[in-house]
Design a protein around this ligand. Structure first.
Ligand SMILES: [Fe+2]
Ligand SMILES: [Fe+2]
Length: 197
C-alpha cells in the first residue's frame, strides 16, 4: 500500500486488484509444494476485499449512481459464484490434484469480475461521492486490510496468522464485523439516507 493511496478508497481498491492479480499469477506458476503461501495470502486478501465491496462499495454505488442497480446485482452474483469456488479450493487444499483445474476456472471468473468492477462501479463511486466520504471509507478499509498482510515480514507471520484465519467465510465475517465497527452508521445506514441523485 503506497502513501499516496491513503486518502481514497477507489485507489485502495485498485491497488488490491493489482495485488490480487499478482497473487493469482503466483499461485498459477508456483510449484505444487510452493502454492500454499501465495494461496493463503490470496484467501486473506479476498476475504477483506470482498467484505469491503459488500459493506461499502456496492451499497454506495447502488444508492448514489443512477442506473447502476442492475450492474451491482450482477457483480454481487459474480462474487457469490467466486466465493463458492474459493470455499471449494480451500477445502481441496493447494496440493490436491484437482486444485489446478478449479483454480484456473476461479481465476478466470475472478479477474473478469474485477475488470467489470473497475470499468463501471469504481468509476461511478469516484464521481458520486465526496472526497471526505472516500477518505472515511479508505480509513475503514485500511483497518480491515491490516488483517490480511499479503507478504508478512519474517518474524511477524505468526501474529498475522492469528489475525485472520479459518475458512474463507469465517475470515470474511471477521472483516465485515471490523468494517461495521470502523464505520458505524456510515455503511449501509448512511447510504440509505443519502440522496439518490
Ligand atoms: Fe468484487
Ligand atoms: Fe474487487
Amino acid at each position: 500500500m503506497t502513501q499516496q493511496h491513503r486518502g481514497d478508497v477507489v485507489d485502495l481498491l485498485l491497488d488490491q486488484h493489482r495485488v490480487i492479480r499478482e497473487l493469482c499469477e503466483e499461485v498459477t506458476t508456483a510449484a505444487v509444494a510452493d502454492r500454499e503461501q501465495p494461496f493463503r495470502s490470496l484467501l486473506r486478501l479476498l476475504a477483506v476485499h470482498e467484505a469491503v465491496e459488500e459493506e461499502l462499495v456496492h451499497p454506495y454505488v447502488k444508492r448514489r449512481v443512477e442506473g447502476a442497480k442492475a450492474a451491482v446485482t450482477d457483480r454481487v452474483e459474480e462474487e457469490r459464484e467466486v466465493n463458492k469456488m474459493l470455499v471449494a479450493l480451500d477445502a481441496l487444499g493447494p496440493t490436491n490434484p484437482g486444485f489446478q483445474e478449479l483454480f484456473t476456472r476461479f481465476r478466470t471468473a475472478l479477474l473478469a469480475h474485477a475488470d467489470k468492477e473497475e470499468s463501471s462501479e469504481f468509476a461511478g463511486l469516484r464521481t458520486a461521492t465526496r472526497p471526505g466520504e472516500r477518505t472515511a471509507m479508505a480509513a475503514a478499509m485500511r483497518l480491515a486490510s491490516a488483517l490480511a498482510p499479503t507478504h508478512p515480514h519474517p518474524g511477524n507471520e505468526s501474529a498475522s496468522r492469528a489475525l485472520l484465519v479459518g475458512t474463507p467465510m469465517a475470515m470474511m465475517d471477521r472483516a465485515r464485523d471490523l468494517l461495521r465497527e470502523a464505520m458505524p452508521g456510515r455503511t449501509r445506514g448512511e447510504a440509505r439516507d443519502a440522496p439518490t441523485s
